[in-house]
Design a protein around this ligand. Structure first.
Ligand SMILES: Cc1cc2nc3c(=O)[nH]c(=O)nc-3n(C[C@H](O)[C@H](O)[C@H](O)COP(=O)(O)OP(=O)(O)OC[C@H]3O[C@@H](n4cnc5c(N)ncnc54)[C@H](O)[C@@H]3O)c2cc1C
Length: 429
């Protein structure tokens, strides 16, 4: 085990064979330096190395320290926003391209898993977006129509058809998205790191970049014990940007999400919950997620952080929720509780910034980063090689400060605590 139980919980326990890399020392040169060892940075390093570039990745802690090692593991297709909302915000040309690229992102994830033989509990059975009320069901009708118009294999199931797939009568229906699936998220990151390393990328962990400067038409990256000179830089730090990238943090609204995992359930019970091993979440504004891991543990998650005061409150919510949604689970107990920080933007659209000559970042996946991180890492690798900006299906934007970002982050946490105490509807957006 590499990590603290409250940060990486179950995933740290069940992701076996963590790759081991040295920290960087002395002077190094590379074509492309990549900062951050999550899906985005690892996918960029892998694709650059496969195309013959000299790629060098620096991770401040260990592989998967950020969102990649803490998330729910739902490999979703598309953004959280509905397709027509994406078009309304980005226009038809870029919007449709972003929808197309991210709609196909699970294809890339599962292709990489197969190609590189990544052992990460991958299941491509689809996901179920469950309607918790009639308003939620109507929103799913819109989602179904908008995706079907674009040829996506999504189907809205009525209560009777959805209940046996969820293993619960608590929902009015569910949108089945056959493009999607689930993974053990930290194990997927470990597998990407090994694949990138095998392809020739140099990877260094415990090597935080503390400053970057421009020197003789090259970028100079400083770490505590080493220096890297590179022609190009890809920044891939998302919600886990540390002090060196404070400015990037100003762009994001921090949003915490926790998960509780039961011990492996008896087989006769675990096979009644999400029996086809779909990943699931609901339409509630304070959303909840449900999935089963390979060993048959039920994992429930929702908005909030499980530190000190938050732990008891959210644990009590998780117990009540399991009792209500899956009453077949008896003697509910939890083996792990952990949480992580999601990088949100005010309009729920990721950002593409050019921070200097051949220095780029795509950031803020708004809680959907397994597919997007894998895709944007690959696309940023292509952009660096070709210099063609149109490869990235996002408008170019300037980093800008989010007004009252700390307050907004606190608002999510306080709202979730009130909701999880009172189980009332709280409007977040
Ligand atoms: C609790 C939670 C649940 C989520 N659920 C899902 C889900 O079910 N499905 C989904 O698709 N997405 C989900 N997400 C989002 C997803 O995890 C992220 O979008 C994804 O991890 C982003 O990948 P990344 O590589 O861009 O960034 P990260 O995985 O966050 O990696 C960034 C890395 O940069 C490193 N770093 C920071 N500063 C420096 C520095 N100065 N020098 C070197 N390295 C540095 C960090 O240590 C970190 O390892 C969830 C996120 C959280 C937190």
């Amino acid at each position: 085990m590499k990590y603290d139980d409250v940060t990486h919980g179950l995933w740290d326990k069940t992701a076996l064979n963590a790759p081991s890399f040295d920290s960087i020392k002395g002077e190094h040169k590379a074509d492309v330096a990549i900062i951050g060892g999550g899906y985005t940075g690892l996918s960029a390093a892998l694709h650059l190395a496969e195309e013959g570039s000299d790629a060098l990745l620096l991770e401040a802690q260990d592989i998967g320290f950020g969102g990649a090692g803490r998330n729910v593991g739902l490999v979703n297709a598309g953004l959280w926003l509905m397709p027509e909302d994406v078009i309304a915000k980005l226009g038809k040309e870029i919007g449709e391209e972003l929808i197309r690229v991210l709609g196909a992102s699970p294809d890339l994830v599962f292709r990489l898993i197969e190609k590189h033989n990544i052992d990460c509990e991958a299941v491509r059975a689809g996901t179920l977006h469950c309607a918790d009320c009639s308003g939620g069901y109507r929103a799913l009708e819109q989602r179904e129509a908008q995706w079907q118009k674009r040829g996506a294999p999504v189907t809205l199931l009525k209560r009777e058809a959805a209940a046996p797939l969820i293993g619960s009568n608590s929902f009015m229906g569910a949108l089945l998205d056959k493009r999607a699936g689930t993974v053990q998220p930290l194990a997927y990151a470990y597998g990407l790191a090994k694949a990138a390393h095998n392809a020739g990328a140099k990877i260094y962990t415990k090597s935080p970049v503390t400053s970057i400067s421009r020197d003789n038409n090259q970028w100079k990256l400083i770490t505590p014990n080493g220096v890297v000179k590179a022609k190009a830089v890809i920044l891939a730090v998302q919600g886990y940007a540390d002090n060196a990238f404070k400015d990037m943090q100003q762009n994001l609204i921090p949003f915490n999400y926790f998960q509780f995992a039961t011990p492996p359930l008896p087989e006769d019970i675990s096979k009644t919950i999400l029996p086809e091993r779909h990943g699931a979440w609901d339409t509630n504004l304070v959303l909840s997620s449900y999935r089963i891991d390979k060993a048959g543990r039920l994992i429930v998650g929702s908005v909030g952080q499980v530190d000190n005061m938050g732990y008891a409150l959210h644990k009590s919510w998780a117990q009540r929720t399991v009792a209500k949604v899956f009453p077949q689970v008896k003697n509910i107990s939890f083996e792990h509780a952990w949480y992580g920080r999601i990088a949100m933007t005010t309009d729920h659209i990721p950002r593409f910034h050019i921070l200097g000559p051949d220095f780029i970042t795509v950031t803020s996946y708004n809680g959907r980063g397994i597919g997007p991180g894998s895709v944007f890492g690959k696309l940023m690798a292509s952009y660096i090689k070709s210099g063609d900006k149109s490869i990235i299906p996002l408008p170019l934007s300037e980093p800008s400060k989010v007004f009252m970002r700390e307050f907004r982050g606190l608002f999510y946490e306080v709202g979730a605590r009130i909701y999880h105490t009172a189980q009332r509807r709280v409007s977040f957006f």
